[in-house]
Design a protein around this ligand. Sequence first.
Ligand SMILES: *[C@@H]1O[C@H](CO)[C@@H](O)[C@H](O)[C@H]1NC(C)=O
Ligand SMILES: *[C@@H]1O[C@H](CO)[C@@H](O)[C@H](O)[C@H]1NC(C)=O
Ligand SMILES: *[C@@H]1O[C@H](CO)[C@@H](O)[C@H](O)[C@H]1NC(C)=O
Ligand SMILES: *[C@@H]1O[C@H](CO)[C@@H](O)[C@H](O)[C@H]1NC(C)=O
Ligand SMILES: *[C@@H]1O[C@H](CO)[C@@H](O)[C@H](O)[C@H]1NC(C)=O
Ligand SMILES: *[C@@H]1O[C@H](CO)[C@@H](O)[C@H](O)[C@H]1NC(C)=O
Ligand SMILES: *[C@@H]1O[C@H](CO)[C@@H](O)[C@H](O)[C@H]1NC(C)=O
Ligand SMILES: *[C@@H]1O[C@H](CO)[C@@H](O)[C@H](O)[C@H]1NC(C)=O
Ligand SMILES: *[C@@H]1O[C@H](CO)[C@@H](O)[C@H](O)[C@H]1NC(C)=O
Ligand SMILES: *[C@@H]1O[C@H](CO)[C@@H](O)[C@H](O)[C@H]1NC(C)=O
Length: 275
Amino acid sequence: MQQPHRIFPVLGLGFLNIFLNLIQAPMSFCADDPRYLNCSSTIQCGDLQGISYPFWGLNRARYCGLSPEFQITCNKSAPTITITNQNFRVLRINNASRVLTVARSAYWYNLCPRYLHNTSQVAPFAYTSDTVTDNLTLYYGCPSISSIIPGSMMESSHFTCKTNQSSIVGYVLVKKAGDFTSANLTSIRDYFGACNTSVIIPVNLSAIQDIEANVTLDALKAAIKQGFGMQWPDDDGLCQKCLKSGGQCGQVQNSGEFTCYCRERSHSSSCPGMP
Ligand SMILES: *[C@@H]1O[C@H](CO)[C@@H](O)[C@H](O)[C@H]1NC(C)=O
Ligand SMILES: *[C@@H]1O[C@H](CO)[C@@H](O)[C@H](O)[C@H]1NC(C)=O
Ligand SMILES: *[C@@H]1O[C@H](CO)[C@@H](O)[C@H](O)[C@H]1NC(C)=O
Ligand SMILES: *[C@@H]1O[C@H](CO)[C@@H](O)[C@H](O)[C@H]1NC(C)=O
Ligand SMILES: *[C@@H]1O[C@H](CO)[C@@H](O)[C@H](O)[C@H]1NC(C)=O
Ligand SMILES: *[C@@H]1O[C@H](CO)[C@@H](O)[C@H](O)[C@H]1NC(C)=O
Ligand SMILES: *[C@@H]1O[C@H](CO)[C@@H](O)[C@H](O)[C@H]1NC(C)=O
Ligand SMILES: *[C@@H]1O[C@H](CO)[C@@H](O)[C@H](O)[C@H]1NC(C)=O
Ligand SMILES: *[C@@H]1O[C@H](CO)[C@@H](O)[C@H](O)[C@H]1NC(C)=O
Ligand SMILES: *[C@@H]1O[C@H](CO)[C@@H](O)[C@H](O)[C@H]1NC(C)=O
């Protein structure tokens, strides 16, 4: 008695499944790959707008960019990247020349950061040719102004950091060709050798020339805020080819290989059916 009643609902569900499969198949074919959609979004943070591959972070997933150094975070509208634990404020990104203009975050607001660290290695980036990496040094914990050091220049390049214990006397020193003749080299070395620590800051060539012309703290602060350039490695047009075919560039997480996210799925270099 019960049998026909049981068969009927089962058959009914079977038909329903077939029907659903028929409409779902073309729908899933049309649906865009979520990775394609995610990597189509760009990074916006403060003055930095419309940033895409090889950068990731914020609304772009890890698979839309390269290694951790290419992650952009946004600290109260200050775009930031972190390389070997050191934070850099991102001022500009030029994707045609693959150049990133950055400044040390620790020195953005003043010359007295809590922790004194030299600028870390910037790999996988490389300094641009207009970056002067080791001519500008800030010395901390120096003896008070000494008569050994020729007057006015040292006076104008002197600054003081207040810690809650005491004041730390600091100086800016710019190395340039022709400076430090044998007459004053030894005394300068002795004087700065007596300072507790020093930090070397990379700056743009044009800014260091301004400081060399007239060492002042304002020129120094302006030089730091102007930032310096680093370039990321060339991918031999790999991403450009993917973009031209209508795809979005990214990276396969476990292999680190380049991948091109197309509307329907990912391909190794470019989307099919496009010129
Ligand atoms: C992309 O993916 C990341 C990580 O899953 C997520 O946080 C982000 O909101 C996504 N962005 C968009 C535009 O969907
Ligand atoms: C964000 O920026 C502030 C300065 O405006 C700084 O004190 C703070 O350490 C930064 N936070 C992070 C996580 O970098
Ligand atoms: C630079 O970015 C723009 C827009 O985001 C894009 O159209 C262009 O193809 C990119 N150029 C290169 C060299 O990647
Ligand atoms: C920075 O580098 C210079 C030169 O190598 C070194 O003398 C100095 O001690 C370093 N400073 C710090 C804080 O490590
Ligand atoms: C340098 O540091 C040592 C120990 O931290 C301190 O005793 C000394 O007073 C400092 N020298 C100067 C000139 O600040
Ligand atoms: C600096 O001041 C804070 C409180 O403002 C205190 O906790 C800390 O111990 C002080 N540091 C030193 C080295 O005196
Ligand atoms: C940097 O210092 C070196 C000497 O150590 C000097 O030859 C060079 O000209 C300096 N660069 C600039 C831009 O002043
Ligand atoms: C070293 O001496 C030369 C000439 O005697 C002078 O032009 C230069 O400013 C001096 N350097 C410093 C850092 O005072
Ligand atoms: C350097 O700058 C100071 C302060 O701006 C100014 O008083 C001085 O005349 C300048 N020196 C030169 C040589 O330009
Ligand atoms: C260095 O400064 C010059 C002159 O202001 C500028 O044209 C150049 O773009 C700067 N370099 C970087 C990497 O920002």
